[in-house]
Design a protein around this ligand. Structure first.
Ligand SMILES: *[C@@H]1O[C@H](CO)[C@@H](O)[C@H](O)[C@H]1NC(C)=O
Ligand SMILES: *[C@@H]1O[C@H](CO)[C@@H](O)[C@H](O)[C@H]1NC(C)=O
Ligand SMILES: *[C@@H]1O[C@H](CO)[C@@H](O)[C@H](O)[C@H]1NC(C)=O
Ligand SMILES: *[C@@H]1O[C@H](CO)[C@@H](O)[C@H](O)[C@H]1NC(C)=O
Ligand SMILES: *[C@@H]1O[C@H](CO)[C@@H](O)[C@H](O)[C@H]1NC(C)=O
Ligand SMILES: *[C@@H]1O[C@H](CO)[C@@H](O)[C@H](O)[C@H]1NC(C)=O
Length: 429
């Protein structure tokens, strides 16, 4: 089943419509550090009690002592890429890839599916206070050599994964040296795909895990209305394959809403039983804690870089996705800044978890693309869906044409990797 988007998300504060200084100086309040420390401590105690002794628990303790000796250095100034504007750039997408890139899902090749306008490919994101470094595929590949990059989440994450494959392929002269490890075709029907860049001994992997945690049959004796159980304390089985990855990018966005959970009879389970009083927000928070515990337990903090991409807005107008909502008339970005939706609550929960991870010395980064993406109502496939889609099918105003908006998300990913001086080879030190 593919993504059936919905925009009934919990909303909070509105985006700023005008100027405020977007430069963020990362400082971590001491109270937060203390809170995180106690959270970490309880994690360690929990794992020490519940797990047999294993080398990774040594690691946790090493991590712990690092925090105890940590000085509150003034953190380096990091540019806020999340706020700015789209600038028309006629040179786009010349230096990028085209729809001919062999790794694109037919559903994202909008020109091939009859989209007449190309303007949506000609916008460059200009952050307010700084410039984005120009994407350099050779440099990215070189930094990621002998490594593994994991993308985990819903079909919007697959959209971003395909964009990165095509962006990176620009740095490889012989395209036949890039292949799927099991010979699988790139399609939305696969739950797991792993592209190997042979010249660089690099894999870029995608895992379909819309909730990050396990979705299961309800346990026996569940109330009648329970049709599925989202087990907020169990990370998806695929997580076993993520161990050892160098870069992990998560984003669960589109499924954490009432329509795709409670209203469909999918309730939340903790321990052995479904608890029908847990709401979506609380459940999402619990799943983030589950993820963070897994990161602490299973990844090496000196090796792995964690990224969490924020929510990617949908643009259904005059109706919801299944009630005739459309976006096919949009050919340029939103210029009226009063028309923006408020920010989904999920984003705040994610950014808080990222702060806790950072305080626990995990290399973690929140990639906030919600505002820049909210402006791009022109970037969706709309009626130009993959060949064979019935004319009566709902429009697609949630995924993105490629080349297109997700390329910018990957430019932000690259910018953050540069600012963290990312290089896999350092892991052998
Ligand atoms: C994401 O970025 C937008 C634009 O800068 C900002 O208004 C919003 O508060 C940010 N969200 C979070 C959770 O940091
Ligand atoms: C891209 O990176 C490579 C390798 O680091 C470097 O040799 C090249 O000059 C860079 N290209 C541009 C346009 O910056
Ligand atoms: C390729 O990368 C993997 C890590 O992903 C590493 O274990 C292996 O040794 C590398 N192979 C070569 C030939 O360098
Ligand atoms: C490209 O790579 C493929 C697969 O490794 C190889 O068979 C082919 O000879 C290469 N082509 C060139 C022009 O190097
Ligand atoms: C179910 O969840 C609610 C909300 O978190 C909590 O107050 C309650 O104690 C839970 N019930 C059980 C039986 O765990
Ligand atoms: C939505 O529908 C109304 C009335 O049916 C129409 O006037 C309006 O232009 C439509 N809006 C868009 C964005 O198509």
């Amino acid at each position: 089943m593919d993504l059936q988007p919905s925009h009934h998300l919990p909303k909070t504060q509105h985006f700023p419509s005008l100027s405020f200084s977007p430069v963020i100086f990362k400082n971590r309040p001491t109270s937060l550090a203390i809170f995180s420390l106690s959270l970490l401590l309880s994690c360690i105690i929990f794992f020490t009690i519940t797990r047999p002794f294993q080398p990774s628990s040594l690691l946790d303790i090493g991590l712990f002592s690092q925090i105890l000796t940590k000085h509150q250095n003034s953190a380096p100034k990091v540019c806020d890429y999340s706020y700015g504007s789209w600038v028309r750039d006629e040179s786009y997408p010349l230096h990028k890839y085209t729809e001919k890139c062999p790794f694109l899902d037919p559903g994202f090749r909008c020109q091939q599916s009859g989209r007449p306008d190309t303007g949506y490919q000609k916008w460059r994101w200009q952050p307010r206070a700084c410039n984005l470094p120009r994407f350099n595929a050779t440099d990215f590949l070189d930094r990621a050599r002998d490594g593994r990059i994991v993308f985990a989440g819903d079909s919007i994450v697959r959209n971003q994964w395909e964009s990165l494959l095509c962006m990176l392929a620009q740095g490889v002269s012989n395209q036949s040296t890039i292949y799927e490890e099991h010979g699988s075709p790139i399609t939305k029907h696969k739950g797991y795909l792993s592209m190997h860049f042979e010249e660089y001994n690099l894999t870029v992997e995608y895992y379909r895990v819309p909730f990050l945690v396990i979705i299961d049959r309800p346990p026996k004796d569940s109330p009648k209305e329970v049709r599925g159980a989202i087990r907020v304390d169990r990370l998806h089985w695929y997580s076993a394959k993520w161990v050892g990855a160098d870069i992990l990018l998560f984003s669960p966005g589109h499924w954490w809403n009432e329509d795709k959970t409670l209203k469909m009879g999918n309730y939340f389970q903790e321990g052995g039983a479904v608890n029908t009083t847990i709401d979506v927000k609380e459940a999402f928070g619990k799943s983030l804690i589950t993820l963070m515990s897994w990161v602490l337990q299973s990844l090496k903090p000196e090796q792995s870089y964690i990224f969490f991409r924020s929510y990617s807005p949908v643009h259904y107008r005059n109706g919801t996705w299944d009630e005739g909502g459309h976006c096919h008339t949009f050919v340029s970005p939103e210029m009226d800044l009063t028309k923006l939706e408020s920010e989904p609550l999920n984003n705040l929960q994610i950014s808080e978890m990222i702060k806790k991870m950072e305080d626990a010395q995990i290399k973690a980064q929140f990639i906030n693309i919600t505002y820049l993406t909210e402006l791009r109502k022109d970037g969706h496939p709309s009626i130009h869906r993959e060949p064979g889609t019935p004319e009566t099918a709902p429009q697609d105003c949630s995924h993105w044409c490629l080349p297109g908006v997700p390329d910018t998300w990957n430019e932000l990913l690259y910018a953050h990797l540069l600012s963290k001086q990312y290089r896999t080879r350092l892991k052998t030190k």
